[in-house]
Design a protein around this ligand. Structure first.
Ligand SMILES: *[C@@H]1O[C@H](CO)[C@@H](O)[C@H](O)[C@H]1NC(C)=O
Ligand SMILES: *[C@@H]1O[C@H](CO)[C@@H](O)[C@H](O)[C@H]1NC(C)=O
Length: 454
């Protein structure tokens, strides 16, 4: 429910071209196929490509024959980056060595994201429909399906597949300071109003920039970048959730500042709904439905189906099915008596769940399901990532209790079976260097067109 705030391992020798487009390393997007299906079940294969988010890239002095970094560790070079605009002019984003430096590989319809490669930690990529534009999805009255292998993802990690309402061109046409665009993975935003982003609206986020506590490679600036977010899948082999998050101000990408970004402690007064309305089967009371060796077995590859049901033109329900061993498995209903007639998300379920758990319904306050559907109408970008969590150690997803000072026998507090000790970034980086997630076989299209029992 807190989604991807943390991370940003600035890699190895970290040299990059600000928001100019670099010229030292060519940018070659890895290729991947996806399928679009129509009712009746016939599917068309589409050739696509993926791009690494700009935050991970070498950001270097943009002058000819200059190779010094604009950003090293979690610090900007003050001579190149004395102001947000000069920094955007002086620095350029370089092309990425996807496999060698970031552990990102594709093959056919499959994408592998390794957690650690050399000194790089985590990554985030977007699906593109051309070399310079993101593919925009409208999933209203559609479904989205993929296979995932997260057998190598332990407690504390998150292999995420989700949609965010970014600009199709990465913000290039709206912001003159952004010369790199989607080709270099610019324009990220999410419902946490990410403040660890180095360039927002074509300007460097250098004002008030400070290293994030504990994170040698990440920092936070004065500004954040907010937009609607549909988390189809936030998961590891111990915990899973799907979660819509909506934002006021229309839901598209906006830069926030101060209270608009909302601090962790004052999370309900910002632009976006940071908690979202999550369906986590374990948290909803069924502790045996999905996990290692459970009904849906996370030690083996599975197919995840998400349906977006509209009524009268408004998104009203988000349903989930799994397919494993040739069997279609409907999402398990909640085991709490007041929620036991439900196995999907609607505004009514969100309200009932938050009431039982004692959570604030910031999802409803920001427009609920209807606002999520409006985001899809405008078009949302597919993001896939692997990350660890300096803010909350991923315990909101898989922890035996979260918040830590609450009683796990109370509804909504137990999220999974992970302890704090095994979930910190320090622990997972030391103990799970070979962690990875594999996403494959992405299909989207008409309801019931992308999956069947074998
Ligand atoms: C969508 O929901 C809004 C608010 O509940 C309602 O006013 C509107 O009529 C709905 N749209 C349609 C097409 O039903
Ligand atoms: C999809 O399949 C389910 C279960 O078989 C059925 O209830 C539903 O009506 C179908 N939806 C569509 C749009 O065909």
């Amino acid at each position: 429910m807190f989604a991807k705030a943390a991370l940003v391992a600035l890699s190895f020798a970290a040299m990059v071209l600000g928001q100019q487009a670099g010229s030292v390393t060519a940018e070659n997007h890895p290729k991947i196929t996806v399928q679009q299906c129509s009712s009746g079940g016939s599917c068309t294969t589409q050739q696509r490509e993926i791009v690494l988010d700009s935050n991970w890239r070498w950001l270097r002095n943009n002058k000819a024959n200059q190779y010094n970094n604009c950003y090293t560790g979690n610090t900007w070079d003050s001579s190149l980056c004395s102001s947000p605009t000069t920094c955007a002019q002086n620095c350029a984003l370089e092309g990425a060595e996807y496999q060698a430096n970031y552990g990102i590989t594709t093959s056919g319809n499959s994408l592998t994201l390794k957690f650690k490669t050399g000194t790089n930690v985590g990554s985030r990529v977007y699906l593109m429909d051309s070399a310079t534009s993101y593919q925009m999805f409208n999933l209203n009255n559609q479904e989205f399906t993929f296979d995932v292998d997260m057998s190598q993802l332990p407690c504390g990690l998150n292999g995420a597949l989700y949609f965010v309402q970014m600009d199709k061109d990465g913000g290039m046409s709206r912001f003159s300071g952004n010369k790199a665009g989607a080709k270099y993975g610019t324009g990220y935003c999410d419902a946490q109003c990410a403040r660890d982003i180095k360039f927002i609206n074509g300007e460097a986020n250098v004002l008030d920039w400070a290293g994030a506590s504990g994170d040698p490679n990440g920092g936070r600036g004065r500004y954040g970048t907010c937009c609607n977010e549909m988390d189809i899948w936030e998961a590891n082999s111990m915990g899973t959730a799907y979660t819509p998050h909506v934002c006021g101000q229309g839901g598209g990408q906006v830069r926030c500042e101060g209270q608009g970004c909302a601090s962790f402690e004052d999370r309900y007064n910002g632009i976006c709904d940071k908690d979202g309305c999550d369906w986590n089967s374990f948290r909803m009371g069924d502790k045996n439905f999905i996990g290692r060796g459970k009904t849906v077995d996370t030690t083996k590859k599975m197919t995840v189906v998400t349906q977006f049901i509209s009524s009268g033109g408004n998104l009203s329900e988000i349903k989930r099915f799994y397919v494993q061993n040739g069997r279609v498995i409907a999402n398990a209903p909640s085991t709490f008596p007041s929620l036991s007639q439900y196995n999907s998300l609607t505004d009514q379920v969100c309200a009932a769940q938050k009431s039982l758990f004692g959570d604030v319904n910031d999802f409803a306050d920001n427009g609920g399901m209807r606002a999520m559907g409006q985001g899809f109408q405008k078009g949302m970008v597919l993001a896939m990532s692997v990350w660890d969590d300096f803010e909350a150690n991923m315990l909101w997803l898989d922890g035996e209790k979260y918040p830590l000072d609450k009683d796990p026998s109370q509804p909504g507090i137990a999220r999974g079976e992970c302890t704090l000790a095994q979930s910190t970034p320090e622990y997972v980086r030391a103990n799970s260097p070979n962690a990875q997630v594999i996403f494959s076989n992405i299909k989207y299209g008409a309801l019931n067109s992308t999956f069947s029992a074998k």
